[in-house]
Design a protein around this ligand. Structure first.
Ligand code: C5P
Length: 404
């Protein structure tokens, strides 16, 4: 399901000081199991050696047009590529691409390419804002080239401005997104909730739980990888997790805020996956001032709104979302409790996971889950990474959508 797996990516590197960041991108792409062919411009070679890239990708890195085999290489590389990205793309290379020049192996390869082309501009000192560069970018955009960034910030000269290359992680996310287009969830809107909520007691204290949000974020990434449009409602305990690239993220603190965010969107979503550990109860009264420690409080609790019950009610009326997946985290009687929630909350499927064990559940990167469907079917999955669990869940979601 990893959209980068076995894909042929041509990574063009042109002459910018940001060329060192291209090494990280080449490494990340290779780790994601893509086949990465690096093509350097002459300028790039002054900043970084082809050997660096060959060592990171395990494949020959190309530079000079006048290597004995280079005249056929460019056509081969360009035609076989699933995607071509130039990062960093200098002002000079942008200008060459805009006018269709082919005076080095990189620009030749771009002309031979039949795949999506992306460029991540990187240049210093106002060059990006120059009308000539802007016109070149405009030309390339009109031709279907996707322009990534640049970002604003401090540049090598010490100047501040627009011209920094996007970070490799962001470029990688964008490539992943482009390659997942047309997947089995293309055109579908998937709404995912993740992480735990925090229920305030006074301005400095709250009730919360141990959920990290990792499983929910992995589900959002897996849905993106299948081509879905994804909205991710993240609870407070997941605040520090990076947003899967391409997802719309809505950060919330409390169960009430999460309910509002989910109910606002559920009516137009094809799929809802409620992986969040929503607080089941909250302090009845939130004290306006910090409770003094000599006034040991008696905290009265009240139930929070059950989001899935509200969604089930809405779904009975309007029919959306078509598929609703819940989670059951239990420390005892896991399957009985999950079966009960499945029926009570009107779910299409429930993912049951044992908590209170060291290798599954909260915070860790692995999970051991069972999947339950209405009618009594149960499937036990082995110990998997949370990303693998997410892929398995999404596979079932695709099947449920197909059943209609
Ligand atoms: O009833 P319980 O909290 O154990 O059910 C867990 C499932 O219900 C999870 O999918 C969770 O996200 C969802 N839930 C909810 N609203 C709540 C509490 C839990 O939708 N207030």
């Amino acid at each position: 399901m990893n959209p980068l797996q076995d894909k042929r990516i041509v990574l063009g590197v042109s002459g910018s000081v940001a060329a060192y960041k291209a090494a990280e991108l080449a490494s990340k792409l290779t780790q994601a199991k893509a086949q990465v062919d690096v093509v350097l411009s002459e300028g790039a070679e002054r900043f970084i050696s082809p050997l660096t890239f060959a060592s990171l990708t395990g494949r020959k890195a190309y530079s000079s047009l006048w290597d004995s085999d280079a005249h056929v290489v460019h056509v081969g590389l360009g035609e076989a590529a699933d995607l071509l990205v130039i990062a960093p793309c200098s002002a000079n290379t942008l200008a060459k691409l805009a006018t269709g020049q082919a005076d080095n192996l990189l620009t030749l390869t771009v002309l031979a390419a039949r795949c999506p082309v992306l460029v991540a501009p990187a240049m210093d000192g106002g060059m990006f804002e120059h009308p000539a560069t802007q016109a070149n970018i405009q030309t390339l955009r009109q031709r279907g080239v996707q322009v990534l960034g640049p970002a604003q910030g401090r540049m090598a000269s010490g100047l501040l401005g627009w011209g920094r290359m996007l970070e490799p992680a962001e470029i990688l996310g964008q490539l992943r997104l482009v390659l997942s287009r047309g997947g089995p969830l293309a055109g579908r809107h998937v709404l995912v909730s993740a992480g735990g909520t925090q229920e305030p007691l006074d301005p400095v204290r709250y009730l919360t739980n141990r959920s990290s949000g990792k499983q929910g974020f992995a589900l959002a990434q897996a849905a993106l990888d299948l081509g879905a449009q994804v909205s991710l409602v993240a609870g407070a305990t997941a605040a520090s997790l990076p947003t899967p690239y391409g997802a719309e993220r809505i950060d919330v603190d409390t169960a009430a805020q999460m309910a509002e965010a989910i109910l606002q969107r559920a009516g137009s979503a094809d799929v809802l996956i409620m992986a969040a550990a929503v607080a089941d109860f909250r302090p009845r009264q939130v004290q306006p001032h910090k409770i003094k420690k000599n006034l040991l409080p008696q905290v009265e609790l009240e139930p929070t709104p059950d989001i899935l019950l509200a969604v089930a009610e809405q779904r009975r009326r309007i029919g959306w979302p078509a598929v609703v997946v819940g989670f059951a985290a239990e420390s005892q009687n896991l399957l009985e409790n999950a079966q009960d929630k499945l029926a009570r909350k009107g779910l299409s499927m429930i993912v049951a996971n044992q908590v209170g064990v060291p290798d599954a559940g909260f915070a860790v990167d692995t999970n051991r889950v069972s999947l339950l469907w209405p009618g009594g079917a149960v499937e036990h999955l082995p110990l998997l990474s949370k990303s693998e669990v997410a892929e398995e869940v999404l596979r079932r979601v695709v099947a449920l959508l197909a059943e209609g």
